[in-house]
Design a protein around this ligand. Structure first.
Ligand SMILES: N[C@@H](CCC(=O)N[C@@H](CS)C(=O)NCC(=O)O)C(=O)O
Length: 221
């Protein structure tokens, strides 16, 4: 049986979504960022850094979302969601796999500072401003790349859309998306996909965000 170690609305959603796009059934094993379950010894045996996602499939366990994505694409080439060595889009595919984590690491930093830090160590407004600007820069780059395209790769939907697309559901808590019109249209296309909708139905309630938007302190107006 395929088992995805999962936290709703976290990076493990990328894998849940890709599995749905590929038509692979999975069981979900749920964790929480705050209840210590990621620090348990038995989970460390699954994911050494105590992070999700981790995926049990084909008799092995894999952690790190880009590695899982690459493995699923390579072992299921008939699904058409990978771009392999020799393919004209191989380099772009690899770049987006890396870019997804560049962008997600900024989101993780903003999440940490806005949601999980507090008294007695409130986050620095300067750092929050810098991180929001860095996130906006990644969205601007995406917006440019999406000009005249439906999906990140010119040939059509691929696994990198699951990697990058996931980030677009956290980014709007920190940066207004409306100035990135290609990104907004892309996000709408994502939400219309049956695979995305099936994954969302399985995902579970998000427990991170209590507000719709987290402005830079002092720039609330
Ligand atoms: N590069 C890893 C990052 C995984 C990661 O940091 N996941 C977060 C959830 S989005 C997590 O498990 N955080 C728990 C923690 O930081 O303690 C991947 O893409 O799989």
């Amino acid at each position: 049986m395929t088992v995805l170690h999962h936290i709703p609305f976290s990076r493990s959603f990328r894998i849940l979504w890709l599995l749905q796009e590929m038509g692979i059934d999975c069981d979900l094993k749920y964790y929480s960022i705050t209840d210590g379950s990621l620090r348990a010894e038995d989970f460390r045996a699954v994911s050494p850094a105590g992070r999700v996602p981790a995926l049990e499939i084909d008799g092995i366990t894999i952690y790190e979302s880009p590695a899982i994505v690459e493995y699923l694409c390579e072992t299921r080439p008939e699904k058409g969601l990978g771009r392999f060595a020799g393919d004209a889009e191989r380099v772009a595919f690899l770049e987006w796999l890396g870019f997804a984590e560049t962008q997600a690491s900024i989101l993780a930093s903003l999440n940490m500072q806005h949601l999980f830090m507090g008294d007695p160590t409130p986050a620095s407004p300067q750092v929050l401003k810098l991180e929001a600007a860095r996130l906006a820069a990644t969205l601007k780059a995406m917006n440019r790349k999406l000009e005249g395209r439906d999906w990140l790769l010119p040939s059509g939907f691929s696994a990198v859309d699951c990697m990058m697309g996931f980030n677009l559901f956290s980014a709007p808590y920190y940066v207004r998306l409306d100035r990135f019109e290609n990104v907004v249209a892309y996000r709408d296309r994502i939400m219309a996909r049956a695979g995305y909708q099936a994954a969302r139905a399985m995902d579970g309630e998000q427990q991170f965000y209590a507000k719709d938007f987290y402005p830079v302190p002092g720039e609330e107006g």
